[in-house]
Write a protein that binds this ligand. Structure first.
Ligand code: AMP
Ligand code: MG
Length: 326
């Protein structure tokens, strides 16, 4: 059921976490499906509900930076610690940092890796919930594996119905795309997944930062890099890749704006415009809702606009490229 984020409901949700159950909660990026990171059976329930492969690790969500050492393992003053401190400026916020893992973190959380991804989200409801839980919360996005991430409580309900007993409603997610994932376990930090916190911002904080490429093997370093992910059931194609000689009947178009601009010269059944001013922040915020909407319309094809792969555009094009993958 969907619950409003009253302090009573948040307390109740935290109590349910203590009993080893899962709770869906809002963050500024997308909705998460959370369980006590130290309770293996509870974490396994997340994998079961999502149909997520066991090798794909979960991000551990914390209320405060002083909880990091409960789940990560590094020496004070070490290079990892110094780099981590330079990233504090992005927290609370949409950044997940991959660190060496604490031995007490269960294998199922990290997919058997010797690292753990950690995030301190900024959404006030997420923070209240995490504080009330008083334990690190392992949480992937609250959707079936490889489908589009949810950006409203209703999206989560569409995915799981009553199988998730508590969905805390925090309204529409402001960022709308999954967090940036950066690994700082090696010499040069690597962006494993682009997001709202851009490469440019990370380089400003850390100096040189590498970015993994879009084409990746089927079991890569960060399983979120799988080429087919974040995808509707309907076939998706980027506008620049339309094959005019081979058009199906019912086609939807998702444009970045302004309305009517950049429309491909093909018959369209439906159009959605994500931002009347072409603002990429607005495009990111509205993208998944539009993809979900068009995916429910029985279309043969969804055509999406494109933008430059700089700044936030890198994350938008990363998700769209993977939504298009076969
Ligand atoms: P989700 O929460 O569904 O957006 O998925 C979490 C993302 O973080 C996936 O892309 C994971 O592969 C990635 N991730 C989580 N833990 C690690 C880790 N220890 N090393 C690398 N990537 C990770
Ligand atoms: Mg996900």
């Amino acid at each position: 059921m969907i619950y409003r984020p009253s302090s009573h409901n948040i307390k109740n949700a935290a109590h349910i976490i203590g009993l080893g159950e899962v709770v869906a909660f809002p963050t500024e990026t997308v909705y998460g499906l959370g369980a006590d990171a130290f309770n293996e059976q509870a974490v396994q329930k997340i994998f079961g509900l999502k149909g997520r492969p066991s090798y794909n690790p979960l991000i551990v969500h914390l209320a405060e930076t002083d909880q990091i050492e409960e789940v990560a393992w590094f020496q004070r003053g070490s290079k990892v610690h110094e780099t981590l401190k330079k990233l504090y400026r992005f927290w609370p916020g949409p950044l997940s940092v991959v660190l060496p893992r604490h031995p007490l973190v269960p294998d199922c959380v990290t997919g058997g890796l010797n690292t753990v991804a950690v995030r301190i989200p900024a959404h006030p409801v997420a923070r209240d919930f995490l504080k009330a839980c008083n334990t690190p919360i392992a949480a992937p996005s609250a959707n079936k594996s490889s489908y589009i991430s949810p950006t409203t409580a209703e999206h989560v309900y569409e995915e799981f119905g009553e199988k998730v007993a508590i969905i805390i409603d925090g309204g529409k997610c402001e960022v709308g795309l999954e967090s940036t994932v950066i690994s700082i376990v090696n010499d040069v930090p690597v962006i494993l997944r682009p997001g709202y916190i851009t490469r440019e911002q990370l380089e400003d904080a850390l100096g040189e930062v590498k970015q993994v490429s879009y084409t990746v093997p089927s079991r890569p370093e960060s399983p979120g890099m799988l080429s087919k992910h974040y995808a509707p059931k309907t076939k998706v194609v980027l506008k620049k890749n339309i094959d005019p000689g081979n058009l199906p009947k019912k086609i939807g178009f998702i444009s970045f704006g302004p309305a009517g601009s950049g429309e491909p010269d093909i018959p369209l059944t439906v159009r959605d415009n994500l931002s009347s001013s072409g603002d990429l922040e607005e495009v990111a915020e509205n993208l998944y809702d539009a993809l979900r909407k068009q995916d429910k319309m029985g279309l043969d094809l969804i055509v999406v606009d494109t933008c430059d792969k700089t700044g936030l555009g890198a994350a938008i094009m990363d998700r769209l490229t993977r939504a298009c993958a076969d």
